[in-house]
Design a protein around this ligand. Structure first.
Ligand code: ZN
Length: 309
């Protein structure tokens, strides 16, 4: 009976993948962290991923109810195909769900990884998933997700929440999406690496904010991050805003300056006056648990029941 079976959650990032089984109480077990680059190096990253899953599941007596996979990729509305994934060769255009279900003999759910992270953070903070809840996760790129009344908002084509590709006017810095002047190129990991190389060549990137707390270049960087968040806040007037990703977890990242810059650019009196901002707590299992939350929600919705968490 699938009601009592675990969900296998997979959070596949550009650098690492994280995989684990999660039960109804949302406790993960057998969390495995491995190199995504090793999968990619195999050429067919989808076949390599399927092989990893099969090997992992060999130790289990029961098959999971669902395999829920999060990818940092633009997916189609049906959540079956990758429309754009700059980090993973061999994924674009294929019906990934169909291919994996045939290979694994298990039902597969595919989602943008930021939705899983946001589902996890809503759960961790004990927020009621009603109204409008947005998440901005500043990692290699800007992962953005939105839940409206508990449902992921994905847009007409499935390509909503590409906030990182908001244009910075009068700028032609190329972006991995093919456009130029996207705010991701000023506010994410790739941009910070570039800034470190150009302005702080002797400083390891991990200690940039600790060693140069008042550097104007870093304050400008934080203001770009804030501009993206404030733009979405001004459009949505959200109930809650989640801020996370590796960048905001960096040592001595100036969270208060970030929060202030968001509020400075947020419309007065509202939504600025009572803006509900939370910082995520980074852990490898977040995306795995978030995958299971979404998986159980979908299983229950399919049976016309209310989620029990
Ligand atoms: Zn772009």
């Amino acid at each position: 009976m699938s009601e009592n079976r675990d969900i296998l959650g997979l959070d596949v990032g550009g650098t690492h993948y994280r995989m684990g089984l999660v039960d109804r109480s949302l406790i993960p077990r057998r969390v495995e962290v491995g190199s995504s680059r090793a999968l990619i190096a195999r050429g067919d990253s989808l076949a390599a991923l399927a092989e990893r899953i099969q090997t992992y599941l060999q130790a289990e007596a029961d098959a999971p109810a669902l395999v829920c996979i999060g990818l940092p990729a633009v997916l189609n509305r049906e959540r079956r195909r990758v429309l754009s994934a700059t980090n993973f060769p061999g994924l674009e255009g294929r019906d990934i769900v169909d291919w994996l279900e045939n290979r694994l003999g298990l039902p597969v759910v595919l989602e943008h990884d930021a939705y899983y992270l946001l589902a996890y953070d809503i759960h961790r903070l004990g927020l009621v998933n009603r109204g409008t809840i947005m998440g901005c996760y500043f990692g290699t790129g800007l992962g953005n997700a939105l839940f409206i009344n508990g449902e992921p908002y994905i847009g007409k084509n499935g390509t909503a929440c590409e906030l990182g590709h908001m244009p910075v006017p009068l700028n032609d810095r190329p972006c991995s999406c093919g456009n130029v002047g996207c705010i991701e190129m000023f506010s994410c990991g790739k941009a910070l690496e570039r800034l470190a190389r150009e302005r702080f060549p002797r400083e390891p990137i991990g200690t940039l904010f600790s060693a140069h707390p008042d550097a104007p270049e870093l304050m400008d960087f934080v203001r770009y991050m804030a501009a993206a968040v404030a733009t979405e806040v001004n459009i949505l007037d959200p109930d809650h805003v989640l801020l996370g990703g590796g960048l905001v977890q960096m040592a001595d990242f100036p969270r208060e300056a970030f929060r202030k810059a968001i509020l400075d650019s947020t419309r007065k009196p509202c939504p600025a006056e009572n803006l509900s901002l939370f910082f995520a707590v980074d852990a490898p299992e977040n995306g795995i648990i978030g995958a299971a939350i979404e998986g159980y929600r979908r299983l229950d919705a399919g049976r016309n029941q209310s989620p029990d968490f």
